[in-house]
Design a binder for this molecule. Structure first.
Ligand code: AMP
Ligand code: MG
Length: 350
């Protein structure tokens, strides 16, 4: 396939001509990557089984890992879901459009190719204006996983999409850096109580403010790696850089000291070593390739840069990466969920 056409636009200056063309590509069964507020998505027509198959092929994604269906109007939910509980309506009222995916029993309209063979469907109404206009132009139902090669860190810049999928898709819409940088929070409404299947920008407390009691999928808790997560995608080693990544946790001074020690030991063996630190600790590391991920005082900055930093270390060809742990109150759960998977559960206590 020829290299993808790349078009640039911003949310407050939509290129309607390009979006109409992108919509036509989707309606004809092609693939378009586009920005959302969470990460870049790889879009295809969610109601076309062949388009879903193309998405799996382009990403190299296992076909039992279901796709999220993106919509651009609240009313578009009803043809997809066989049942929408009252609690889901309340949550949507507060957080749609936004970084929230909800799971419902699926209707016959949704092909099994899109849901990875499941009888449930994941639906999201994104907030990004480019994404919403593309969905409208493309017929209203766009299946879109993250626009990366399966197993690599999710894309937060159009350049990441081009690097992974430039030769495999029809168009990339470049809308600049995404705002959030981690995938949507997934809430399952097919059980007795709502269950968080994937943490994200919306944390448990924010969900409970609307829903009352919310459970966390036991498969997500790091204390118990033997329980399988319910969301198939959360079972794979994921988001991984090429280097070997380890997380160091403990009190801040002990963490810095431990990382200095690990880095100098690896450097002594001739290895190239990267360090992920924060504004608060950036002066603590005299050697190693030090990258500041953001500030603990505003942990949304840490979330926004996580995947980009992992990709940048890949480009530098480091052999090892040591990262501080980020158990921050607001987004710490979502950040650590991704970081622990990227590290293949390698956690060192300082
Ligand atoms: P991605 O689109 O790459 O962010 O991944 C979508 C995530 O949603 C994966 O972890 C999927 O396994 C999960 N997912 C999508 N549909 C369902 C569903 N019907 N039930 C459970 N998990 C789902
Ligand atoms: Mg993904």
């Amino acid at each position: 396939m020829a290299h993808a056409e790349i078009v640039r636009m911003s949310e407050d200056a939509l290129d309607m001509e390009a979006l109409r063309r992108a919509g036509r590509i989707l309606k004809e069964g092609g693939l378009v990557a586009f920005p959302t507020e969470t990460v870049y998505g790889l879009g295809g027509n969610a109601l076309d089984p062949d388009a879903s198959k193309k998405i799996y092929a382009a990403k190299g994604r296992p076909s039992d890992n279901p796709l999220i269906v993106h919509i651009a109007e609240w009313e578009s939910l009803f043809p997809l879901a066989a049942e929408v509980p009252e609690a889901a309506r309340r949550l949507a009222e507060k957080w749609w459009p936004g970084p929230l995916t909800m799971i419902f029993p699926k209707s016959d309209l949704v092909p099994y190719e899109t849901t990875g063979g499941l009888d449930t469907v994941a639906v999201r109404f994104p907030d990004n204006a480019i994404a919403r206009e593309l969905i409208r132009q493309g017929g209203g139902y766009v299946a879109a996983p993250s626009a990366n090669t399966s197993g690599r860190p999710s894309p937060t810049l159009a350049a990441h999409v081009e690097e992974d999928l430039g030769d495999r898709i029809d168009m990339i819409i470049d809308g600049g850096q995404v705002q959030i940088g981690l995938e949507s929070t997934i809430v399952d409404f097919t059980e007795e109580l709502p269950v968080i299947l994937r943490p994200g920008f919306l944390n448990r407390q924010m969900l409970e403010e609307v829903l009352g009691e919310v459970r966390i999928d036991p498969g997500l808790l790091k204390e118990d790696p033997s329980v399988r997560p319910k969301a198939p995608g959360m079972r794979y080693r994921h988001y991984a850089p090429k280097a070997r990544l380890a997380i160091v946790e403990g009190r801040q001074e002990s963490v810095c000291e431990k990382i200095r020690e690990l880095v100098s030991a690896r450097e002594g063996q001739g290895a190239k070593v990267g360090i992920i630190c924060t504004e608060e600790t950036r002066t603590e590391y005299p050697t190693g390739l030090v990258r500041c991920i953001g500030s603990r005082a505003d942990d949304t900055t840490i979330a926004r840069h996580l995947y980009e930093i992992l990709r940048d270390f890949d480009a530098d060809g480091v052999d090892y990466i040591y990262s501080e742990a980020f158990d921050t109150p607001r987004m710490g759960q979502a950040i650590m969920n991704r970081l622990i998977k990227a590290a293949g559960h390698e956690i060192i206590s300082a």
